[in-house]
Design a protein around this ligand. Structure first.
Ligand code: EPZ
Length: 420
């Protein structure tokens, strides 16, 4: 099994090119089931995307992936006569976004059998809201042998749906199902993450008529789609991760081709901590500081502070003067990185969904274990700050969502080696 060996305390200086967004590419790939032919550009070369491509191929789509060009061309001949489409457990369990194919298959073929994703390290993550939305659109749903069996032989019908709370995946699945439904669907209390806007831009380019107004999304069903080429947005979580990595004294990293509007909340928090962030047109430069201040943050749906950057900002808080506080409101078990950070010397106390981080503390290298994607990258950030050597095990989590992580950081003078 591969692991990372990181020698800490190097000053980070240089430029990092941010990849395409994983969490935008995944629903867009699922959406490609609704088109006959489309090309998706700027895809990140990470394992979750490769798993989604495997799933699309399994379903019967032709996918041509060019790693060099970072594009996927998709050709799709699925029709109503394909009644035995299955999204199998072996693929959906490793990448929960697999459940997003449910709405599109149902639309295209009238029948779908998709594995329930099962548990996850960061929380139980049920899909009840996805199913509620599909039922309201007219699908008949049964759960049998760990699979969702959905049918809508006469097609889905537009309706009004109000989500009891905000879910990214349920909003996406509902949009994808409503895209081909007859008539108009209005979704209320939706997630409005930038990745959802990217999905809507892709669908509108295909020929869709989707409109987002605050947390209300209106979808007018369409039957015909155009052949298109679409460039996925940049990965705001990858950008946020590297912005945080440069927060301490002596570091300076720049990023081009990014849009600061998308990560306004994160920039505000970094500035409040004392990190210098300079934004010019589509370029951001971050300059670290040796006197960082405590802050309190609460994760929340966009435009709130993203849960996907909670573990990373916690590492920076270990270097702030005083006690910082994080309240995690999205997932019930997303403090798995804390015991590992404590082993590196962090002073963190957890009570319910609150973490109290006392700083500044000197971190020291240790052998640690990655538990999920963002927890893993937080250990990398901690290792960059720590004295001596850190060994990070189970880095397959990292490879699910960070393209060329060690290459990008080593180009900024970090010292990271991957060994078998
Ligand atoms: C998306 O997951 C992201 N994944 C996650 O990114 C991200 O952490 C999360 O949104 C929150 O921003 C992708 O985009 C592929 P949710 P998703 O539905 O859609 C509960 C990463 O590291 N819920 O918004 O699964 C759920 O358990 C990842 O890149 C239900 O109860 O998140 C959670 O507590 C991990 N029933 C909350 O809602 C449902 O039917 C929000 O989850 C659906 C969700």
């Amino acid at each position: 099994m591969q692991r990372l060996i990181i020698k800490g305390k190097k000053k980070l200086k240089g430029k990092i090119k941010i990849s395409g967004s994983k969490n935008a590419t995944l629903p867009i790939l699922a959406a490609s089931i609704l088109s006959n032919s489309s090309e998706i550009k700027n895809i990140p070369l990470v394992n979750d995307i490769f798993t989604m491509v495997k799933l699309l191929k399994f379903i019967g789509l032709k996918c041509i992936l060019s790693k060099k060009k970072k594009t996927i061309k998709i050709f799709n001949k699925l029709t109503k006569s394909n009644k035995n489409i299955i999204a199998p457990y072996k693929l959906v369990k490793t990448m929960r976004a697999g459940v997003l194919v449910l709405g599109p298959i149902l639309n295209k073929c009238g029948k779908a059998k998709v594995s329930l994703p099962g548990g996850c390290a960061i929380g139980s993550r049920p899909v009840d809201l996805h199913l509620m939305a599909l039922k309201k659109l007219g699908a008949k749903i049964k759960i049998k042998n760990g699979y969702i069996h959905a049918t809508a032989l006469k097609g889905l019908k537009g309706t009004n749906i109000k989500f009891p709370f905000i879910s990214v995946g349920a909003t996406e699945n509902a949009i994808l199902a409503a895209f081909g439904a007859e008539g108009k669907t209005i979704l209320n209390n939706c997630a409005i993450e930038p990745e959802i806007k990217d999905l809507v831009n892709y669908l509108n380019k295909l020929g869709g008529k989707i409109n987002i107004k605050k947390r209300k999304i209106t979808i007018r069903g369409v039957k015909e789609t155009r052949k298109i080429s679409y460039k996925v947005m940049f990965d705001r979580i990858e950008l946020g991760t590297y912005l945080i990595s440069a927060g301490t004294a002596g570091n300076e990293i720049s990023f081009s081709n990014v849009d600061k509007k998308v990560i306004n909340t994160e920039i505000k928090i970094l500035k409040k901590i004392g990190v210098k962030v300079i934004c010019k047109k589509n370029k951001i430069t971050v300059i670290g500081n040796n006197k960082l201040k405590k802050v309190s943050i609460k994760t929340g749906p966009y435009p709130g502070f993203p849960t996907d950057l909670q573990a990373q900002i916690m590492v920076l808080m270990t270097q702030s003067e005083g006690t910082s506080k994080i309240t995690e409101t999205i997932f019930e078990n997303r403090f798995m990185h804390v015991p590992e950070l404590r082993r590196m010397g962090a002073n963190i106390f957890i009570k319910n969904n609150h973490a109290y981080i006392k700083g500044p503390t000197k971190l020291s290298g240790a052998e640690v274990m990655a538990t999920d994607l963002r927890a893993s990258v937080s250990l990398v950030l901690a290792a960059l700050l720590a004295e001596n050597r850190t060994i990070i095990n189970r880095i397959y989590h990292l490879d699910r969502g960070y393209q060329h992580l060690e290459k990008k950081l080593n180009n900024c003078r970090a010292n990271i080696k991957r060994i078998n």
